[in-house]
Write a protein that binds this ligand. Sequence first.
Ligand SMILES: Nc1nc2c(ncn2[C@@H]2O[C@H](COP(=O)(O)OP(=O)(O)OP(=O)(O)O)[C@@H](O)[C@H]2O)c(=O)[nH]1
Ligand SMILES: [Mg+2]
Length: 218
Amino acid sequence: MEEIVIIRDVLEANNNVAHENKAIKDERNILMVNLIGSPGAGKTTFILRAIENLKVPCAVIEGDVTSDIDARKMAERNIPVVQINTGGSCHLNAGSVNKALKALSFDDGIVFIENVGNLICPSAFELGEDFKLAMANVPEGDDKPYKYPALFTKAKAVVLNKIDMLSFFEFNKKFFYDGIRALNPDAPIFEVSARTGEGFGEFAKWLEEEYHKFRQDK
Ligand SMILES: Nc1nc2c(ncn2[C@@H]2O[C@H](COP(=O)(O)OP(=O)(O)OP(=O)(O)O)[C@@H](O)[C@H]2O)c(=O)[nH]1
Ligand SMILES: [Mg+2]
């Protein structure tokens, strides 16, 4: 009988490249943050605000199915950026981030990866990041931790964006927090408005501490 070859894990090849990415970014003193949230959650606006508030130098890897709209917003502000177009895929993979890292002329700082807008697929693909940052936002509703648990379980921290919209939507903060806490009891939750800048002082302080810990641990 013919031997049957089983490809056990489609994620295995991805994970091997993710390990390589981790080595590359460690060598270059880069803390790499994988930002995951739904389409229109405010990821690009959040990254721009965060960079305004951070004392550590930053660069960005933008992930979109197509277009360079988000990358242009970074480039306009002289932020080093590489755009990945997935050509249809709903998430970034380690291979594309490997190419982006090699094309990005930036060392010694924080690289934000803006993943493709999606609450499901991106959390399954390791990119070699230091950690995932999960983004929820007020208009999309308070039930997202219950409906998309994988992301909120794996994230090191959670951002709740668009808090300037709280008075316009029925968003039950306790329900939202309970959902996160049930999955991920210790993750810090940052309430921000990328529109007004509210909450960014606290977020920047936390991320700078993470960066300094990363540099000390090396
Ligand atoms: N009211 C309010 N609007 C916001 C906030 N953050 C972002 N927006 C708006 O939300 C819309 C989407 O913002 P983006 O930053 O482009 O969202 P994104 O998650 O990068 O979107 P994709 O890359 O398409 O997935 C824009 O109209 C922003 O101006 C916020 O804190 N408050
Ligand atoms: Mg965007």
